[in-house]
Design a protein around this ligand. Structure first.
Ligand code: KG4
Ligand code: ZN
Length: 322
């Protein structure tokens, strides 16, 4: 059983053998943060406290099991908002203590990758493209425990760029899904500057600024076209570097992960790559792309197999790296 509470979703799930979801409950705080145009950490932490027990009870109910049937209790330790992380960690530690089972602290980034194990038979090695609110990384996953970042953004994360553009053009929070929807009504007919970065690294701030400047200088520009043009360029850049990583490593399996992997254009663009070239593409089903606890449970399972149990004194690590 795992709990996720690193940002704006209070989630709990039970997963069997790392791949089979038995129950998966997510309480979203979107309605609350919408009013402020983004996540307010203190409000988020308080909302987690309000929701956590209900979410845990509902998970046990959906699964038809009790704490005694659970092998281990996991929760996200970072990265994330400290006050939010502590709520989920304390709940998981309490359950572990009460039922005398191991507690496993899970890295949220690692868990986004593990979302690809659910309902699939994906096995390492593979190349992961992690695109979330705070991260844009190409990761060489050699085994369930060995992974190496081989490319990353030198400025904005893709999700962050989606969110900032959405805010400026008036779409509000959460920006990514709203941009996705708007882009479907537009044409990618606006030329934007391409920034070239060495190796497998990325840069998205130039593209983001170009869109924002265009919006300010030409107020009647079609917003749907702006969104579609941005999405197309982002997809091209992500594809180019991930393909390069495949060529350099000779690993012809790509797994997309993180909130932005829910983007319909990006999913389609990668699927086309599978059809054109000899590359297998994996991405989690939509509700497992954004924050959820099933992915934490899956990552927790692989930690459990290795005997990676955590001390109950373990603290939250807000800036934890992969
Ligand atoms: O992985 P995630 O849920 O949380 C983090 O760990 O950061 O990712 C959230 C990010 C946000 O920036 C959000 O705008 C973006 O994922 N996102 C999307 C879509 N759904 C979520 N971006 C583009 N298109 C989407 N459909
Ligand atoms: Zn996340």
């Amino acid at each position: 059983m795992a709990i996720e509470s690193s940002c704006d979703e209070t989630a709990c799930a039970i997963v069997k053998g790392g791949r089979e979801v038995i129950a998966n409950v997510v309480a979203s705080q979107i309605k609350i943060h919408e009013e402020f145009g983004g996540v307010i950490p203190e409000i988020a932490a308080r909302e987690h406290l309000e929701a956590i027990n209900v979410v845990i009870d509902e998970t046990f109910k959906q699964a038809g099991v009790t704490g005694k049937d659970v092998t281990a209790f996991a929760s996200t330790v970072g990265p994330g908002l400290v006050g939010c992380l502590l709520v989920g960690m304390n709940a998981a530690k309490t359950l572990a203590l009460a039922y005398d089972k191991p507690f496993i602290g899970v890295n949220h980034l690692n868990a986004h990758l593990a979302a690809n194990f659910i309902d699939t038979n994906l096995e390492p090695p593979f190349i992961a493209l992690l695109v979330s609110g705070g991260h844009t990384q190409i990761i060489k996953v050699s085994s369930f425990s060995e992974m190496e970042i081989i490319g990353e953004t030198i400025d904005d994360a893709v999700g962050e760029a989606f969110d900032k553009i959405a805010r400026v053009i008036g779409l509000g929070y959460p920006g990514g899904p709203k941009m996705d929807k708007l882009a479907q009504e537009g044409k990618s007919n606006i030329d934007l500057p391409k920034v070239h970065v060495e190796g497998l690294d990325f840069s998205f701030s130039g593209l983001k600024t170009a869109i924002i400047n265009l919006h300010h200088k030409t107020p009647d520009i079609n917003k749907a076209d702006l969104a579609a043009s941005f999405e197309k360029d982002v997809a091209e850049i992500l594809l180019e570097n991930t393909k390069k990583a495949v060529n350099e490593t000779n690993i012809n399996k790509i797994a997309l992960a993180g909130g932005v992997s829910a983007n319909s254009y990006i999913r389609k663009a990668f699927k086309e790559l599978e059809e054109k070239e000899n590359i297998e593409i994996y991405y989690p089903e939509l509700k497992l792309c954004t924050d959820n606890a099933a992915m934490i449970a899956s990552a927790g399972y692989y930690n459990y197999l290795k005997g990676n149990f955590s001390d109950l004194k373990l603290n939250a690590v807000p800036n934890l790296k992969l």
